[in-house]
Design a protein around this ligand. Structure first.
Ligand code: SAH
Ligand code: SF4
Length: 355
């Protein structure tokens, strides 16, 4: 009963719960809706996920899904099981407009932004594959520790250049009547789109990671060309404000260690000096190679010496173990084979603000 508006809202809530909480996609199974109404829905709508065209499982258990979205484009989604968690690495764009010189995705043109449905669809298809939807309509839906417990927006694309779709998808991921993951288990990684950082705190409120990678503007301009637009000082100002705005504990600084480029003791010392006062964890990432990459991974002794300096300065400095390397699923190795268009040198220069 109730007013028509109330009824509409109630039905929308019921369908929302069926789809995002219970993982049900067949209207006929939405048993708290009337039979007639279910038939009406089935006549007018379909609920579908992006199609998984291939699924590779690494020797270490990492799963890489190649996912086809409307228009025949492809993106990759990676599931990384660990002892205490399972992390899904989600893509936000096909390709990327940015051209970070160490990143495989950066060699691929931006084809288009993903829609919110395509972003949340990656989470749903991984839950399908892991078989972890609660049994429809039974119990509270709480089934103990989740196989897919964390989300990182670290796949293909720059999430802050697709803000609204990323925000709307993460709202569903965080909704208690949706996928119901805590905002503390969602981490958005940005290369440093400074004007969108405060908005990320206010409108999403998830954890933030930043692709820092260098300690001088000279080097960062080369590695992360968006630095020419917003330099290290401007980026740090935005990051300083983030924890308060989002009420989150600390920011993750990602630092890809490249042999002979950004890996000496002075870099480590500059890094800890720059971020002083910001609650932070520093995630050191051994460079993952890809065909034609212009960099090499630093030796382990060098990476450990770097980590030691950061650690002694009082920061957690985990070295990220490369996962799924044998199936090219590691950070920065993602690039869809169907998108043959490569950026020309001129385009790369233009995007980097060099022309
Ligand atoms: N566009 C966003 C998110 C995607 S990249 C960003 O740049 O933050 C996710 C992480 O993988 C970033 O920290 C990126 O710098 C890192 N990465 C990219 N290429 C890499 C490579 N070849 N080896 C190791 N890490 C890489
Ligand atoms: Fe784009 Fe991130 Fe790769 Fe840079 S590191 S090219 S921002 S996906």
């Amino acid at each position: 009963a109730g007013t028509p508006e109330k009824q509409v809202r109630m039905r929308a809530n019921q369908i929302w719960q069926w789809v995002y909480f219970w993982g049900v996609r067949d209207f006929a199974d939405m048993t708290n809706l009337s039979k007639d109404y279910r038939a009406l829905l089935a006549d007018s709508f379909v609920i579908a996920l992006p199609e998984v065209i291939s699924r590779h499982v690494s020797a270490d258990g990492t799963r890489k899904y190649l996912v086809r979205i409307a228009g025949g484009h492809e993106v990759e989604t990676v599931y990384i099981p660990e002892e205490d968690r399972g992390t899904l690495c989600v893509s936000s764009q096909v390709g990327c407009t940015l051209t970070c010189s160490f990143c495989h995705t950066g060699t691929q043109k931006l084809v288009r932004n993903l829609t919110a449905a395509e972003i949340v669809g990656q989470i749903m298809l991984a839950r399908d594959d892991l078989g972890e939807w609660p049994e429809p309509g039974k119990g509270s839906g709480e089934t103990g520790p989740r196989l897919l417990s964390n989300i990182v927006l670290m796949g293909m694309g720059e999430p802050l250049y697709n803000f609204e779709a990323v925000r709307d998808a993460m709202k569903i991921a965080m909704d208690g009547e949706g996928i119901a993951l805590s905002r503390r288990r969602i981490t958005l990684s940005t290369s440093g789109v400074v004007p969108e950082i405060a908005r990320t705190a206010e409108e999403i409120g998830c954890m933030l990671a930043v692709s820092f990678h260098a300690t001088t503007d000279e080097v960062r301009n080369k590695l992360v060309p968006i630095n020419r637009r917003w330099n290290i000082a401007e980026l740090l100002d935005a990051l300083r404000a983030y924890p308060k705005l989002s009420n989150s504990e600390r920011i993750t600084f990602e630092y890809v260690i490249l042999k002979g480029v950004n890996d000496i003791d002075d870099d480590a010392r500059r890094l800890v000096n720059l971020i002083r006062g910001i609650p932070a964890k520093i995630n050191l990432i051994p460079f993952n190679e890809w065909p034609g990459a212009p960099y090499e991974r630093s030796d382990w002794a060098r990476i450990e010496a770097f980590a030691d300096i950061v650690h002694k300065a009082g920061y957690a400095s985990p070295i990220r173990t490369p996962r799924g390397e044998d199936i090219m699923a590691a950070c920065g190795q993602l690039k869809s084979a169907t998108e043959r268009a490569r950026k020309s040198r001129a385009e790369i220069a233009a995007e980097a603000g060099l022309s």
